[in-house]
Design a protein around this ligand. Sequence first.
Ligand SMILES: *Cc1c(COP(=O)(O)O)cnc(C)c1O
Length: 466
Amino acid sequence: MPPSHAAVSSLSLQALRAARPTLWTRSGKAATSASALAAAPFSLADVQAAHDRFARFSPLLAQLFPELEESAGVIESPLLEAAAMQQALGLPATSGRLWLKADHALPVAGSIKARGGIHEVLEFTEKLALERGLIAPGDDIRKLGTPEARACFAQYQVAVGSTGNLGLSIGVIASALGFRAAVHMSSDAKEWKKARLRARGVEVVEHQGDYEKAVAAGRRQVEADAHGYFVDDERSASLFLGYAAAALALRDQLAQAGIVVDAEHPLFVYLPCGVGGAPGGIAFGLSLLFGAHVHCFFAEPVQSPCFLLRMMAGNGELPGVPVPPSVYDIGLTNQTEADGLAVPRASELAYEAVGQLLAGVYTVADDTLYGDLARLHDSEGLRIEPSAAAGFSGPRLLLGSIAGQQWLRQRKLLPHLPRATHLAWTTGGLFVPAEEYDRFLNRGQGFAANPQAPTDATSLHHSRRA
Ligand SMILES: *Cc1c(COP(=O)(O)O)cnc(C)c1O
């Protein structure tokens, strides 16, 4: 008999409290069930609508951002094969092939936040423009770049609370469209991110305290402003759907690369997770498209495992832990170099949408993030930020831990591994300044020397290394 939910939870909870890297997998029913999708608050039509909105705005985006000229205003990242990284990680070809979705190179925002953040500002812009009669349905969207439209937008403020990257995305697109933009930053936000925003005329408000405090402060400020619009990272459907639209682009890229996804060709996707909106939207979109053949895992820092804790807490399954829980409730610090993931409490919207769809969640130590950041640099020549390296621990834990092996066996996936695709989503890095990146790299090269370094002695399966 499989261990009960409570027994598994108490084991994983010990590892979580001790900030030990751990893999939690869903036991029992198959991860992707049609009923979970049917019960979800969004449909494929909603995801398609977000995708269509990006397409409608592309002529204007191409005009506003010179870096989008070549792509005719399309903000997308490549799907890359990562054979050298696969080798550097010591993942045998018999376990499938490693690819990466290069959102670290997404133009305009330099991170995955380009998807959700830009989508939400475009949705607000479109609604406002229709209300104010700046455009009629079907008009040339470039009308919104005229001085008349910009003068109208200048009366409005767009604000957001952020650990950094969401602020970069919202601030840059809002100010480019002519809005006043304010970004409320937590104390862990990087200096260069604040400087980059200020250089674009965005007001940066600094808060002593964490991400939750910055969001709350932003929300309060905008409530007092009749012409204010607040992008609410903890509750926003528009952000979620902007992320989900990535699934449609990925489906085409997989087909172009000749990658089949079906029962004999499973797709494993490893998604760095903060509040859960970005990975949740993408996991949701992929589940709509690939059903039970896609297996999504979220990746979190050992000190900020808010989504994993939310999954384990369920409807109150953890004695003494409130619902919805915060990582502080179990004695963790929420201190991590992965600033994009430094979030103490998961988004309830994301939890409701994908809590039943996820295959699992795992945690990663900061040292491992730096090691994989350096390994990716040395093997593939790609530059990512620490948060974006969290995906690479996925195959390592899934294939190399007892929990991972048990889950693969239970799901009858072991025979299909040689034809599997492992996709690590690299979520940010394009705009990291060179000196900052060199510090990351120096720190990581010390850890990268040992590719097989076990991250969790208690759960790793050693026979592969024998
Ligand atoms: C924000 C962010 C994530 C995770 O997104 P959430 O919606 O907060 O879960 C992952 N990686 C990077 C680099 C980010 O900035």
